[in-house]
Write a protein that binds this ligand. Structure first.
Ligand code: LMR
Length: 414
């Protein structure tokens, strides 16, 4: 202490420098890179052919309508968020003729995008799973970098199930099923509804049916993370097939939705958390408890992104425009897969690169090693996550040949 009674050292002197986030930190490194050739293929955010962020026309139009609406105000939303947004979001996921929708047995709250939905959902499960159930969550290996921390923060023991097969760059379905069959009953099973992040590898419709059986027989609690509805195939209904299969079979489940990617609302944090229940009465009680999770965390959610998404989903004209734009984004990503594949083949890069065409969604999981990825960053200024994931959405017809050249080089030298 100094004579004035002040501490001479900072109270936080012992605090260690934390490492950068493995995904968001890539964007920071890209920003700081002065090289004009630099490419950001790290974060999963859609870019135009010119490499620019894209605000959907449907979103701009909805925003204009909101601004012009004399009834618009900036009052607090309810703790559970915008009720119209919640209704439309769960209907988008489950389909208007879903038995759960028709029977009014889905509790939905607005969430701070997909991450917020997962965090609130995990907290709810940790508190309200029956006491005899273990607090264990099974995550695919690999999975999105944030899943582990989200569930660990909510008090879950995190375990992995086999998912990606490095040799085929496809799904290790037998390994997945074996691991899930060994899971203790009552464990939470995290499933990517479509466009698995980071691998771009999804189970086939037939494999989803088998997963439904394993989940039911093993008494696992499914938690679907649906961050890419519409981005896998370009079709919102087709991409929701896995979730609908489980709901239509009568299972109770938890579902996180994000409008970051499919509406380009990244920074608006518009998402939803739904708990599909056996009855309307249970759903009402579940919703009341979800509110108790939310209130001490952040009180109530922000209104603007949800207001935009509600208009885009609810207005037939905007809805049609959105679907057209969504298909356009998905198609451009598919085209980038073809361009990159052709460029790799043209350069005789060793190995079978057909997985670039087969994997779906925003990412391609290349199987490149960490040293190869590090060389891509340091020598070629191609910024990517060091697990070898590249965001196909960040490529263009002009940058794809450059990436192919860079990959050809690092495959030789690293
Ligand atoms: C990603 O995986 O790149 C995105 O989901 C963005 C994020 O928050 O990590």
């Amino acid at each position: 202490m100094s004579p004035e009674g002040q501490l001479t050292e900072s109270t936080w002197e012992h605090v260690q420098q934390a490492p950068p986030d493995p995904i968001i930190g890539v964007t920071d490194a890209w920003r700081a890179d002065p090289d004009p050739r630099k490419l950001n293929l790290g974060v999963g955010a859609y870019r135009t052919e010119e490499g620019k962020p894209y605000v959907l026309k449907a979103v701009r139009e909805a925003e204009q309508q909101i601004l012009a609406d004399p009834a618009m105000n900036k009052e607090y939303l309810p703790i559970s968020g915008n009720p119209e947004f919640n209704r439309l979001a769960r209907t988008l996921a489950l389909g208007p003729s879903s038995p759960a929708i028709l029977q009014n047995r889905v509790a939905t709250v607005q969430a701070l995008s997909g991450t917020g939905a997962l965090r609130v959902g995990a907290e709810f499960l940790s508190t309200h799973l029956p006491s005899a159930f273990p607090r264990i969550v099974y995550l695919p290996s690999p999975t999105w970098g944030n899943h582990k921390s989200i569930f660990a923060k909510a008090g879950f023991q995190v375990r992995e199930y086999r998912y990606f097969c490095a040799a085929t760059r496809g799904l290790d379905f037998a390994g997945m099923v074996a691991d899930l069959k060994a899971a203790p009953p009552g464990s939470v099973l995290l499933l990517h509804a479509c466009a698995h992040n980071p691998t771009g590898v999804d189970p086939s419709p037939e494999q989803w049916k088998q997963l439904l059986k394993v989940t039911t027989e093993g008494q696992l609690i499914p938690f679907f993370d649906m961050a890419y509805q519409g981005f896998a195939s370009g079709d919102l209904d087709a991409d929701a097939a896995s979730v609908r299969l489980f709901v239509d079979a009568g299972l109770e489940l938890v579902l996180g939705q994000s409008f970051a990617k499919n509406m380009g609302l990244y920074g608006e944090r518009a998402g939803a958390l739904s708990v599909v229940c056996k009855s309307k009465e249970v759903a009402t009680r579940v919703e009341s408890q979800l509110k108790l999770v939310i209130r001490p965390m952040y009180s109530n959610p922000p209104m603007h992104g949800a207001a935009i998404a509600a208009r885009v989903m609810g207005d037939p004209k905007l809805n049609a425009l959105w679907k057209e734009e969504l298909r356009g984004m998905a198609d451009r990503i598919k085209l980038m897969r073809q361009v990159l594949y052709d460029q790799l083949v043209a350069r005789n890069v060793p190995g079978d690169w057909s997985f670039v065409l087969k994997q779906i969604g925003m990412f391609s999981f290349t199987g490149m090693t960490r040293p190869q990825c590090e060389l891509l960053v340091s020598k070629w200024h191609v910024h990517l996550t060091l697990d070898g994931r590249i965001s196909m959405a960040g490529l263009s017809a002009t940058t794809a040949p450059y990436l192919a050249e860079a990959i050809a080089d690092v495959m030789k030298s690293a």
